[in-house]
Design a protein around this ligand. Sequence first.
Ligand code: AMP
Length: 285
Amino acid sequence: MLQTESCREIQARALELRRAGHSIALVPTMGFLHQGHLELMCRARQQADKVIVSIFVNPIQFGPNEDLDSYPRDLEGDLEKCAGVGVDLVFTPTPEELYPDRQFQTSVEVSRITRGLCGAGRPGHFKGVTTVVCKLFNLTQPDYAFFGEKDFQQLAVIRRMTEDLNFPIKIIGVPIVREEDGLALSSRNAYLSETERRDAPAIHEALKRARDLYRQGLHDSEKLLREAAEHIERRITSPCEIEYLKLCRADDLEEISGPVAGPAIILTAVRLGRTRLIDNLQLQP
Ligand code: AMP
């Protein structure tokens, strides 16, 4: 497995691989890898001849009061995990390598689909994501790129960008990997105190509650959301705030009001103490 911090080198290697006729799959991550990330890599391994993983805590997708400085990091452990699942190339640039001082002036922004949900509470976040992913696409020349459904809006935004900008890349979404008690795996789970960790599965339970009621025939979006919110408020004892809890159309993430018809998804962001957790669940299997 080759590791490089250099844009020039990763691009040269990727172009070499392509010229040799290999297909490439990219898995972009921010590191502190867990089983969710590894699942993406295993899928990538099955799909393409060569797998490139990027590990980069992208400063431009963090707001001024967010956790950029405290974001958990473990490069050595991450590299071992990548090697363990057969990754071929790991790209670990520094912020200066990707955004050379004072020269960087270009960004990529997707409009409507980034406005609600996480986009509403994190202004500029998706612009940072699409800009870095665009750069990673150009640097690694992938045929496939793998993203987790845990960040469902991010996946939808990347799909939109890929189609709108005609990238010849197949975007593949991977279902959420969860702990046994239902909590979606996330690098940020490392921030949770013991009590918060005990409370956290209530988020997934709340989404399941809405999905179960939907399956039993309750299709009124307001009632479904109220049931889910009540579950969170009842079950979580530590300080917590629901940033958003919404029912949206699964394809374009437009908010649903009134009765749910067609493929729908319930999405939430909850602040448990200082930790912001997101989760989602599709109402139809
Ligand atoms: P991150 O390092 O948090 O930016 O995540 C990198 C990629 O892994 C993103 O495409 C995430 O959606 C995906 N991912 C993170 N957690 C999970 C999970 N629990 N299940 C599936 N994919 C995940």
